[in-house]
Design a protein around this ligand. Structure first.
Ligand code: NDP
Length: 285
């Protein structure tokens, strides 16, 4: 079997077109979607992510603001910036790029973002709403994975879904969204015994560990859907996922590539969340 590719670039392009149309309608009604991104320090990977996010906003017709702050920014100065953006009615979404420099508390900064502007969905009240099945914002990466599964026509009701990696930003919310879609979910971490046995049961396997190519074809159930969230840079400078694509594609029915899979969908869902924030703020006002 050679798996069919779930093309995150193509899916993103069509969703972003719809988002741009909705943004144009909102702008015409005097409600242009606005996203503020706060970047503290000079981390090279963060600079690239932030640039991509700002550029995607601009292409979709959003107002986008990039607030750069120096690496030695104090917690008080960062909280003051968040407060200023919370009060700015032209800004509907606020994203503080992580990781922050070590002297800053990401938890306290995320908690300071108004929950109705928390387009990353990391605020504890948004995590709680997701947990109780009433999400306001779904974290962008797992939201993008769910969109990919939906648009590919994968039936999740009763499916065995296995998520490898249990971080707050990917694995845990991913497990919750799959559960809410009717899947039977197993959430694995670095202490999981016999990871291979769990993987081999999965109709849908989502991998988000940050360990390059750790999931190989022999660990995958024939005909499974394999979603690779990982982004790892190899010695030759090329990117690869947490799944060994070459062996996995011979066993799976569907697979996402890296790059060109989950990555573009993550940014698309950031736009989607910002748009949803504007639409909700309209209803509220
Ligand atoms: P974290 O480092 O926060 O979490 C990694 C998780 O994987 C932890 O739960 C850890 O377990 C688990 N893990 C690590 N090694 C193993 C192993 N050998 N077997 C089983 N589980 C293991 O990572 P993130 O969730 O932030 O990111 C994961 C990957 O996804 C990274 O490659 C990251 O770059 C990528 N990513 C991609 C995005 C995209 O847009 N495509 C967005 C966000 C992340 P434990 O809890 O026991 O430590």
């Amino acid at each position: 079997m050679t798996a069919q590719i779930i093309d995150g670039v193509a899916l993103s392009a069509s969703i972003r077109e719809q988002i741009a149309q909705r943004a144009a309608a909102l702008t015409a009604a005097g409600r242009r979607p606005g996203l503020a991104v706060v970047l503290v320090g000079e981390d090279p990977a963060s600079q690239v992510y932030v640039r991509n996010k700002v550029s995607a906003c601009e292409k979709a017709g959003f107002k986008s603001e990039l607030h750069r702050m120096p690496a030695d920014t104090t917690q008080a100065a960062l909280l003051a910036k968040v407060d200023e953006l919370n009060k700015d009615s032209s800004i509907h979404g606020i994203l503080v790029q992580l990781p922050l420099p070590a002297h800053l508390s990401s938890h306290d900064v995320i908690e300071a973002i108004a929950s109705e502007k928390d387009v990353d969905g990391f605020h504890v009240s948004n995590a709680g709403l997701l947990m109780t099945g009433k999400p306001l914002f779904r974290p962008c990466t797992p939201y993008g994975v769910m969109k990919m599964l939906e648009l590919t026509g994968i039936n999740l009701r009763g499916a065995e879904a296995v998520v490898i990696g249990a971080s707050n930003i990917v694995g845990k919310p991913q497990a919750m969204l799959l559960l809410q879609a009717g899947a039977t979910v197993t959430l694995c971490n670095s202490k999981t015994k016999d990871l291979k046995a769990h993987c081999q049961r999965a109709d849908v396997l989502v991998v988000a560990t940050g360990r390059a190519k750790m999931i190989t074809g022999d660990m995958i159930k024939p005909g499974a859907v394999v979603i690779d969230v990982g982004i790892n840079r190899m010695d030759d400078g090329k990117l690869c996922g947490d799944v060994d694509f070459d062996s996995a594609k011979e066993v799976a029915a569907w697979i996402t590539p890296v790059p060109g899979g989950v990555g573009p969908m993550t940014i698309t869902m950031l736009l989607q969340n910002t748009l949803e924030a504007v639409e909700r703020s309209e209803v509220a006002s």
